[in-house]
Ligand binder design. Structure first.
Ligand SMILES: [Fe+2]
Length: 244
């Protein structure tokens, strides 16, 4: 749990750790709770973890207002619709997903705010991993989904992915945030919870400031990454906010 201004961030690790069978391993979900009102959101819930996540929200006495998605995931099915059915929370996708996703209550376009209690979270369109990726910015923190990981970044080889767009999203949008902004990624494969924008400018393997756009594009275009095992099930389900 991290205390920061009006809100608290609770990092939820994926309970599954068998990446060889089910490569949703190391997905990260987050509860963000407004400290005064107890209104909360959950970011990138995983369907298999909904019981655990709702139990946590109940135990902490929070009221879930929104289930928020950073993008249309290929590696796991979102828990958003199950959470909506069980808690009444509204489903939020980034604005770029509006023409392809059904079942969301709200599409938060670039620069638009989501209010819960006294906490305000802003959408930041960060395409490149997929063409509709959105990061979400709070005062002092950013949830980057798969646009930027701790010392890494998401693949760019499907779902409208583009290394050129990803480079521009990270350099022009994420790196424009203050250096001490805490970075919460959509995955981490090395047991890390958070980073900062300043750290990533210096140490991100492929996106640090010393790397050129041309070099980044070449690295990404030469990567060979296996297809996510659940991709053919996950993408269609996530285009319906997690309903199968
Ligand atoms: Fe992803």
């Amino acid at each position: 749990m991290t205390f920061n201004g009006t809100y608290v961030v609770i990092t939820l690790l994926d309970v599954n750790d068998r990446q060889d069978i089910d490569d949703r391993a190391e997905s990260r979900s987050y509860i963000v709770a407004d400290r005064k009102s107890g209104k909360a959101i959950i970011i990138d819930a995983v369907i298999e973890n909904v019981d655990r996540d709702l139990r946590t929200i109940k135990e902490l006495g929070l009221t879930l207002a929104f289930a928020v998605e950073t993008h249309i995931h290929a590696d796991h099915i979102t828990g958003a619709s199950m959470i909506k059915d069980r808690s009444g929370a509204q489903i939020v996708y980034g604005g770029g997903a509006e023409c392809v996703v059904i079942g969301a209550d709200l599409f938060l376009h670039d620069g638009k705010d989501l209010h819960f209690g006294n906490t305000v979270m802003k959408a930041l369109a960060t395409p490149g991993h997929t063409d509709s990726c959105t990061s979400y910015v709070l005062p002092g923190a950013v949830f980057t989904g798969d646009a930027m990981f701790i010392r890494g970044n998401g693949r760019t080889d499907f779902q409208g992915g583009s290394p050129e767009k990803l480079f521009d999203s990270v350099r022009n949008k994420l790196f424009a945030l203050p250096d001490d902004t805490i970075v919460y990624p959509g995955h981490d494969y090395n047991g890390r919870v958070s980073s900062t924008v300043g750290e990533e400018k210096q140490f991100n393997e492929r996106l640090k400031l010393s790397i050129t756009k041309a070099a980044f594009v070449e690295i990404m275009n030469n990567r060979k990454t296996p297809r996510p095992a659940k991709m053919d099930i996950a993408i269609p389900a996530n285009m319906k906010a997690g309903r199968s």
